[in-house]
Design a protein. Structure first.
Length: 148
């Protein structure tokens, strides 16, 4: 092992790793490699081992074949284009960022309490939040941070 990771391997590994880190059952941590491999098999996907998934997730393998990427996408509930199409990848990443944010109890509480407020009041609250994010240096170009 210990070999150099290609740019393609790093790109794919980052996408797969993000799916593992963000998409998992509520109230528990990420799926294990074995859980994902078994889940893919249960859905009728191609056989893959936990070791194979580990190599993809760490960039040690960078060209798994489309059937494997489709199966991984299906397991995590993202479109297969997440791996191939830059625009679709950005959209999926924005949704993953939102999912990540909503796991924070305080963020979720603010969102739930805002439900039912008038559009004018929501606009005012959004402006306050944007200003607070600027003051804390958090508006770093994430697509979900602009005009949400």
């Amino acid at each position: 092992m210990g070999g150099e990771v290609s740019e393609e391997g790093r790109f794919l590994a980052e996408k797969i790793d993000r799916l593992f880190k963000v998409i998992h059952p509520e109230g528990r941590g990420p799926y294990s490699l074995r859980e994902v491999a078994n889940g893919i098999a249960e859905k009728g996907g191609p056989a893959m081992s936990a070791s194979f998934l580990h190599h993809l997730r760490t960039g040690q393998r960078d060209n798994p074949g489309i059937k494997y990427l489709k199966a991984i996408a299906d397991f995590f509930g993202v479109p297969p284009a997440y791996f191939f199409d830059n625009e679709e990848g950005r959209r999926a990443d924005a949704e993953l960022s939102l999912l990540e944010s909503m796991r924070d109890n305080q963020v979720r509480s603010v969102a739930l309490r805002a439900s039912g407020l008038s559009p004018e009041t929501l606009s005012t609250i959004q402006a306050f939040i944007e200003r607070a994010r600027e003051m804390e240096g958090l508006n770093g170009g994430n697509p979900t941070e602009k005009n949400v």
